[in-house]
Design a protein around this ligand. Structure first.
Ligand SMILES: C[S@@+](CC[C@H](N)C(=O)[O-])C[C@H]1O[C@@H](n2cnc3c(N)ncnc32)[C@H](O)[C@@H]1O
Length: 383
C-alpha cells in the first residue's frame, strides 16, 4: 500500500505542476488546432492505439511487457512497440519519442485490470499490481502531458488508489472527467462496461456523449453474421484467425441443446455438468450459453473462444465464436492481424490480446473527445 509520505510527496509535486500551466498553449491555438502526439502505456495488441489513430491522434509509441503484443501493435498501427516493464521506464526515454514541436502530448494507459475486476473480489489494497496504476501516475507526474486518459474496469472506482489518482490530477491543475461507459451506447456490439478517465491541463473536458454519434453496429448479427460458417475445430482457409475451438462429444451435444439466450438449465439432466448439479453450482447460469443474434454480445473476456467459459456459443452454428468473431465484437477492424503469417495461431495468446483490449471504437470515442476539446479551445482563442 502507498505510504502516507509518498502520498504527501505526490500532492506537493501536483501543486508545483499546477503553477506550470503552459502559456505557450494559448499562442499555439491562435494559428490552428494542434496535432495530438500520444504514448500508450500497457498498449497490448493496440486496441486503444488503433482507436486513437482513427481519431487522428498521432500515437508515437506503445509500451508493453508481453512480446506477443509487438507484432500486432506495430503491423496494424505503424507505431513502435517498446517491450519494457513500465516500472523500469524512465520518463526521459519516453519524452524522446515526442517530436520537439509537440505542443499537445497525451499519455494514455490501461494498466492491467484483473486486480479490480468483479471476478477478483479478494484483491487487497496491497496487491502489487495496483502499483502499475501508480506507475502510470508517476509517468504523468514526470512528463506533465497536456492530456491524459486512463481506462479500466468499473470496480477500480471503489478503491482508494483511484481516488488518489484523480486527486493527483486535480491538484496538478488537470480538468478531470471520469465515468462508467456502457460500450453498447457507443455502437460497440457488447455488454462491456468500462471506467474511462479523460483529463486536460488546457481546459474543461468531457467524453462526447453517445448522442453525438449516429447509430452504429449494435448487435451480434450486425457485427458477425457475414462471416463464413465454420464447424467446431475448423479454421477458415483464407483467414487463420477465423478459427474455432474443437468440442468434445458431450459439449457438441450440449451446444446442440442450447438456444440463443438460454442456459444449461434448459438441457436434459444427462447433459448437465456434475458441478452444476451441486447446490453451489446452481447459481452459475452464465456459462455454456449461446449468444442471441439481435442483442449485444456478453463481455468478451480472454477466454471467449471456449464454449464452457461463458456465453460464447455462436447464435446458430454449433461451436464457440471464432477468434476473429471475438476481435470484431471488440470492434477491431476485420483484417486486423494478430500473428505474423509464418507463425502458428495460438488461441490462448490471441484470446488474451483480444479480451484485454480496449474496444477500438471506445479508443476512437476518447480520441474524438480530445479533438473536440482542442477545436473548442482553438475557437475560443481566435475570438
Ligand atoms: C488491459 S491490457 C491493455 C490493453 C491495451 N490497452 C489495448 O487496448 O489493447 C494490459 C496490458 O498491460 C501489460 N502489462 C502488464 N504488466 C506490465 C508492466 N509491468 N509493464 C508494461 N506492460 C505491462 C500486459 O501485458 C497487457 O498487455
Amino acid at each position: 500500500m502507498k505510504s502516507p509520505k509518498i502520498s504527501r510527496n505526490l500532492r506537493v509535486r501536483a501543486r508545483q505542476q499546477k503553477r506550470e500551466t503552459p502559456s505557450t498553449m494559448k499562442r499555439n491555438f491562435k494559428s490552428a488546432t494542434p496535432t495530438i502526439q500520444a504514448i500508450d502505456l500497457f498498449c497490448g495488441a493496440g486496441g486503444l492505439t488503433c482507436g486513437l489513430k482513427k481519431a487522428k491522434v498521432k500515437v508515437r509509441l506503445g509500451v508493453d511487457v508481453d512480446p506477443a503484443c509487438k507484432y500486432p501493435y506495430e503491423y496494424n498501427n505503424s507505431a513502435t512497440c517498446l517491450l519494457k516493464d513500465v516500472r523500469e521506464i524512465k520518463s526521459a526515454e519516453l519524452a524522446a519519442h515526442f517530436s520537439p514541436d509537440a505542443s499537445v502530448r497525451l499519455i494514455a494507459g490501461c494498466a492491467p485490470c484483473q486486480t479490480f475486476s468483479t471476478y477478483n473480489q479478494k484483491a487487497s489494497e496491497s496487491d502489487s499490481r495496483w502499483w502499475l496504476l501508480r506507475e502510470f501516475l508517476r509517468v504523468v507526474q514526470e512528463l506533465t502531458p497536456e492530456l491524459v486518459t486512463m481506462e479500466n474496469v468499473p470496480g477500480l472506482a471503489e478503491h482508494s488508489v483511484f481516488g488518489e489518482f484523480l486527486g493527483f490530477l486535480r491538484e496538478a491543475g488537470y480538468n478531470v472527467s471520469d465515468q462508467v461507459v456502457r460500450c453498447m451506447d457507443y455502437g460497440i456490439p457488447q455488454q462491456r462496461e468500462r471506467l474511462v478517465v479523460i483529463a486536460s491541463r488546457l481546459g474543461p473536458i468531457s467524453l462526447l456523449p453517445p448522442s453525438h454519434f449516429r447509430k452504429r453496429t449494435k448487435t451480434v448479427r450486425e457485427a458477425i453474421a457475414g462471416l463464413p460458417a465454420l464447424e467446431a475445430g475448423e479454421t477458415n482457409a483464407v483467414d487463420p484467425i477465423h478459427q474455432t475451438s474443437s468440442l468434445s462429444p458431450v459439449n457438441l451435444k450440449r451446444i446442440r441443446a442450447s438456444s440463443p439466450g438460454g442456459t444449461w438449465r434448459d438441457w436434459e439432466p444427462n447433459l448437465v455438468a456434475e458441478c452444476h448439479k451441486k447446490k453451489t453450482g446452481q447459481t452459475y447460469p452464465g456459462v455454456y450459453g449461446r449468444m442471441s443474434w439481435d442483442e449485444p454480445a456478453p463481455t468478451i473476456t480472454t477466454q471467449f473462444f471456449g464454449f464452457g467459459n461463458g456465453r460464447f456459443g455462436h447464435p446458430e452454428q454449433d461451436r464457440a465464436i471464432s477468434l476473429r468473431e471475438g476481435a470484431i465484437l471488440q470492434s477491431f477492424p476485420p483484417a486486423y492481424r494478430f500473428t505474423p503469417p509464418d507463425i502458428p495461431v495460438r488461441k490462448k495468446t490471441i484470446g488474451r490480446l483480444v479480451g484485454n483490449a480496449v474496444p477500438v471504437r471506445l479508443g476512437e470515442v476518447i480520441g474524438l473527445s480530445f479533438q473536440r476539446h482542442l477545436a473548442e479551445l482553438a475557437t475560443a482563442a481566435q475570438r
